[in-house]
Write a protein that binds this ligand. Structure first.
Ligand code: F6P
Length: 325
């Protein structure tokens, strides 16, 4: 029986626990012995690695976060610590490792593969930012979008009770995906993301006209990458004379009850990953697109820039243009 391990690395996402459950159950079905690496790549270095059982994963499918913890390891950037990590994996006779994480985690995984001789690796894209090249979907995105949706729907309740503008800042690092999809699906008046350059003053006459015609509040969804929530709020107060508030959603976007979509995607990603490793994949990432699941080399994933798909940007164009009318 071969030993297989799983590790979560970088920012946690809701859906990691569903993946851990599927990992234990499907490994056993496939005749493999499952191991958990606790505390991300730090745990590989510190040898916090242990056998995983059914009871470890019972009752966790709905919970956000990750039962085995995660970390952003700076020690892992040093070769001496990666050598230690390889020794630790070998001491448990682990011959394959599944990594749930983003670009940085996959680069680390590739280094580990190159420096070990007989350990195979499989990456599963897991980040709420949906900013990994080569895949249309990263685990955790749907749950994050739903958390944002609930938050914006609540903010609309209070916004519509006052004459106010609300500037809602979403996470996403350099990528505007979370802000854009949230703005579209919550009916915001404006969306500001790094992918689309803007000048607030171009919206002034349109917004003034809307106020004259009876609009009492504005919802603006903007990406954290711009770091301009306060500035935007001040613009609404100064240029439109409307009281304004900023809501930074922050880390609530990473947690929460895992949606059905993320539970299913977690199951698919893990099944594909284990099937791939058993079929001889050595170091690849499972990517999802309209073609289904594909194993892609790290170079196509971790070393390329991701882009928001044109079809989604086009949906956003609708309200950008409308705001300028
Ligand atoms: O990459 C996921 C993410 O949540 C980003 O959206 C955000 O910018 C960052 O992580 C926050 O990181 P930390 O949890 O280390 O503050």
């Amino acid at each position: 029986m071969k030993n297989i391990a799983i590790v979560c690395s970088g920012g946690d996402v809701s859906g990691m626990n569903a993946a851990l459950k599927r990992f234990v159950e499907y490994s056993i079905v496939k005749g493999l012995r499952p191991y958990f690496v606790y505390n991300g790549y730090e745990g590989l270095i510190d040898n916090t690695i242990g056998k995983a059982t059914y009871s470890d994963v019972s009752g966790i499918i709905s919970k956000g976060g990750t039962k085995i913890q995660t970390s952003r390891s700076t020690r892992f950037l040093e070769k001496s610590y990666r050598t230690k990590a390889i020794e630790n994996l070998k001491s448990h006779n682990i011959t394959s490792v599944i990594v749930l994480g983003g670009d940085g985690s996959f680069k680390g995984m590739q280094k580990l593969f190159q420096e070990s001789t007989d350990i195979s690796f499989s990456g599963i894209p897991a980040t709420i930012d949906n900013d990994i090249a080569g895949t249309d979907y990263c685990l955790g995105v749907d749950t994050a979008l739903n958390v944002i949706k609930f938050s914006i729907d609540s903010i609309r309740d209070t916004a519509s009770s006052f004459n106010r503008a609300f500037i809602v800042e979403t996470m996403g690092r350099e990528c505007g995906y979370l802000a854009l999809v949230s703005a579209i699906t919550s009916g915001a008046e404006l969306c500001l993301i790094p992918e689309v350059p803007y000048t607030l003053d171009t919206y002034k006459s349109s917004f003034k006209k809307q106020i004259k015609e009876g609009r009492t509040y504005f919802l603006v969804v903007m990406s954290e990458a711009l770091d301009k929530a306060e500035e935007t709020s001040n613009w609404f107060e100064k240029e439109l004379g409307i009281e304004s508030r900023v809501t930074v959603l922050g880390h609530i976007q990473r947690g929460g009850n895992t949606t059905v979509h993320d539970r299913l995607m977690a199951f698919h990603f893990i099944s594909e990953s284990i099937n791939g490793l058993l079929a001889g994949e050595k170091c690849s990432v499972i990517c999802y697109s309209h073609c289904g699941f594909q194993h892609k080399p790290i170079e196509e994933v971790a070393y390329q820039k991701s882009h928001i798909k044109d079809e989604i940007l086009k949906l956003g164009c609708g309200f950008w243009n409308k705001s300028k009318q």
